[in-house]
Design a protein around this ligand. Structure first.
Ligand code: PEP
Ligand code: MN
Length: 364
């Protein structure tokens, strides 16, 4: 169940609920409701009326299984990474190489993606590669390079963490922790992320349903870290022409049921450099809060995922048109459009009824 406690409630109300949950042997987790109050998710049903608590705003016993991630729990959330706000009015671009490579090329890439308009830097230090013989990443040396690039450019950095034991190490360098597609259902890892407050970029498993995706977010949130950003990165389809199919249905569908920000990765989502430009536009049009794009100065020489990697110049092009797409579509979800549509439907219904009355009157 979800219990919303008003910002004016005495502290004792919250304490009493948590105590009652503990006494009933039920897990409970609190989270800000975005309006100054707090929402408490209790894994089970608790009879709180007899407690006569002050400041209870709402109690929902019927809700989605992903309680904390659901739009029933709170208003739309934003996640702040350094000085970048994900889920706000401005779309965010996270750009950088698939893998951080040996040498000092990352600083160069960081400067160029920043100049192209990116707001955050990405780069893998621990890489989940399909083959054990492929480049596995630079490990902690890569993390050091990433932190140095952040320090020089001011761009907050995101990098993947693959094991629960690595969480503290990676969080010591990175501003945001990426959970890769292959680890979306690594529950020990998700639970471990609840023990830090570092924001998490949770990529969708490439065969995960919308509900499984949101339940993975729930794992992190229920463990105590509410700072989750979802990322659609393509699902497996039947067509060998594409490495993955970017599933843009999921973006507006998530927005209907969850308050969490959603980003789109058109690099992994297509597996093809030439498709990234258009699918970036489509991602923004679908309502994404931003893009995650693989960028390298010489994509063909990149140590991983070069075939889906674009140049900084291409990124600048995407940024320019992406801003226009975003601006053109601002307000597309607004109430006015719905109200007008509902209104006109209502008018049609009334018109038909009036016509039927007229026909009746005429034939009488
Ligand atoms: C990546 O971002 O480089 C990556 C490995 O992504 P995914 O987990 O979506 O395949
Ligand atoms: Mn990659």
């Amino acid at each position: 169940m979800l219990i919303t406690v008003s910002q004016h409630a005495p502290v004792s109300t919250r304490t009493a609920i948590l105590l009652a949950a503990a006494e009933a042997g039920l897990r409970a987790q609190t989270m800000h409701d975005g309006l100054g109050g707090e929402v408490i998710a209790v894994a089970g049903s608790l009879s709180i009326e007899p407690l006569g608590l002050a400041g209870i705003e709402r109690v929902e016993s019927v809700h989605k299984p992903y309680m904390l991630a659901s739009l029933e729990a709170r208003s739309r959330s934003t996640v702040t990474v350094g000085d970048v706000v994900i889920g706000g009015a401005t779309p965010v671009t996270i750009a950088g190489p698939c893998s951080i490579e040996p040498g000092d090329g990352l600083i160069e890439i960081a400067r160029s993606v920043k100049a192209a308009g990116a707001t955050m830097l990405r780069g893998g230090a621990f890489k989940p590669r399909s083959s054990p013989y492929s480049f596995q990443g630079l490990g902690e040396d890569g993390l050091r390079a990433l932190a140095a690039a952040r320090d020089e450019t001011g761009l907050p950095v995101v990098t993947e963490v693959m094991e629960p034991e690595q969480v503290d190490l990676v969080a010591g360098y990175a501003d945001m922790l990426q959970i890769g597609s292959r680890n979306m259902a690594n529950f020990p890892l998700l639970k471990r992320l609840g023990t830090v407050s570092t924001p998490v970029l949770l990529k969708r498993g490439f065969s995960a349903t919308l509900e499984e995706f949101l339940m993975s977010a729930e794992y992190i949130m229920a463990s105590g870290n509410p700072n989750v950003v979802l990322c659609e990165r393509g699902i497996r389809g039947f067509d060998a022409a594409f490495r993955f199919n970017l599933d843009l249905n999921v973006v507006p569908a998530i927005r209907e049921v969850s308050h969490l920000p959603v980003m789109v990765d058109p690099s992994h989502g297509t597996g093809r450099r030439s498709l990234v430009r258009r699918m970036s536009m489509a991602g923004l049009a679908s309502g994404a809060d931003g893009l995650v794009i693989e960028v390298h100065p010489d994509p063909d020489a990149a140590l991983s995922d070069g075939y889906q990697t674009i140049t900084p110049a291409e990124l600048a092009h995407i940024q320019r048109f992406g801003s226009a797409v975003h601006a053109a579509l601002a307000g597309v979800d607004g109430d006015l459009v719905d109200a007008e549509r509902d209104d006109s439907m209502e008018r049609d219904v009334i018109r038909i009824a009036v016509l039927e009355d007229d026909v009746m009157a005429l034939s009488a």
